[in-house]
Write a protein that binds this ligand. Structure first.
Ligand code: KG4
Ligand code: ZN
Length: 374
């Protein structure tokens, strides 16, 4: 079957044309219009502006995809979670096309899409698919969850962040260090160059930040304290400079702190410390849960799955210590928001539906910014 998939939950408009034939999901076209450059000036996504850009981008993208409506068997669209002004653009376009072309339409959960990026098989270097029971580490700008998958579409959340998502913490920590949005790739790149240019002792000395909730006995996470620890380190550094340059400790105010530029070496070290602490907790809890629940596969999903250190840490730990568990990380093309992953989740869901459920797919899909996955 051929699927047209649409994603517009945050700051990327994604349109994909995909095939699902004999249980193999491949991607014919995966077009993305990113708004990151527009939101960078504001330090993060501005929802109404994002909605406006989706509206501007979606029609040219659909035209560029040169879709032959007669070849399409199913339309899939991200129904939520996400930003309402953004979701409604993709959902309205999808409802309209489904009505005009008389095609079935499936609303897909955005996180389910990220998870199913691991079932995209157009890369010949992906030899096997995940096996159940599987454990998904979901790490994005809005989510941090450990999810057991007992089968296709059968999820059990065993832990999640109690405050910030890890991608959000990356973005906030980067901002504190004067780095542009989105902060994840900026920190990733600087942490790597710090590692490459440092000996073991320097790395040990730089590893100064806490591992929140590492040993709290469950699979929940907390990242807002880690971000605050970055703030305190930055403030300590700035305070020392201010005291050295004759400021009186009692009269130092916010604008004084902000007047002190952070040197490159300090920023690199903080990026390393932040990434080390965040990934330590993610990897430790993932491996502990993988063992406890006796899973056959571990899946990485969400925008932070593009992180080079998290990918390599999980790869080496699982290869070295858990040879019976297969690790699945999405191809870098499918880590950030895209239409293809939404198509993959829809294809596997369609496959499980009976005729009556398929008939119901001719009803309107509604956008729901708080859509639950379970
Ligand atoms: O999945 P995604 O594209 O959007 C959401 O569903 O939230 O994830 C975006 C998040 C941002 O917080 C971004 O900073 C983070 O993914 N991210 C990264 C990297 N690339 C993107 N975080 C760490 N390392 C990266 N290389
Ligand atoms: Zn996402």
């Amino acid at each position: 079957m051929k699927i047209l998939a649409i994603e517009s939950s945050a700051d990327e408009t994604g349109i994909a044309i995909c095939d699902f034939v004999d249980g193999v999901f491949t991607v014919e076209k995966n077009l993305i219009a990113s708004q990151i450059d527009m939101h960078r000036a504001y330090g993060g996504i501005v929802p109404n502006l994002a909605g406006k850009y989706h509206t501007e981008n979606i029609m040219p993208l659909l035209r560029k995809a040169k879709i032959d409506p007669s070849a399409i068997d199913l339309i899939a669209v991200t129904a939520g979670p996400g930003l309402m002004p953004c979701l409604v653009v993709g959902v309205s376009a999808a409802n309209t096309l489904a009505l005009a072309w008389d095609k079935p339409l499936l609303g897909v959960h955005h996180i389910e899409g990220h998870i199913y990026a691991n079932w995209i098989q157009d890369d010949a270097s992906v030899p096997t698919l995940p096996q159940f029971p599987a454990l998904a580490l979901v790490v994005s700008g809005g989510h941090t969850q450990l999810m057991l998958m007992h089968g296709h579409g059968d999820y059990e959340i065993i832990g999640q962040t109690v405050d910030d998502a890890v991608g959000e913490a990356y973005d906030k920590a980067a901002r504190l260090l004067g780095l542009p949005y989105p902060g994840g790739p900026e920190i990733d790149q600087r942490a790597t160059s710090f590692i490459v240019s440092s000996d073991q002792r320097k790395l040990r000395d730089a590893d100064t930040l806490p591992r929140p909730m590492l040993h709290n006995g469950n699979y929940d996470f907390s990242f807002s304290g880690l971000k605050t620890a970055v703030l305190y380190s930055v403030r300590d550094y700035q305070k020392n400079i201010l005291l050295e340059t004759g400021h009186n400790q009692k009269s130092i105010c916010k604008t004084d702190y902000e007047s002190v530029d952070l040197p490159e070496e300090f920023v690199l070290q903080m990026c390393y410390a932040f990434q080390e602490a965040a990934c330590d907790v993610l990897v430790y809890k993932t491996l502990k849960a993988a063992q406890e629940y006796n899973v056959r596969s571990v899946i990485l999903a969400g925008g932070v799955s593009a992180n080079s250190y998290l990918r390599s840490r999980l790869t080496s730990e699982i290869t070295d210590n858990y040879p019976n568990i297969s690790l699945h990380v999405p191809d870098l093309t499918y880590c950030l928001d895209n239409g293809a992953m939404i198509g993959a989740a829809a294809a596997y869901r369609w496959d499980r539906m009976n005729d009556q459920e398929k008939k119901a797919c001719h009803l309107t899909v509604l956008a729901n910014p708080n859509l639950p996955i379970l």
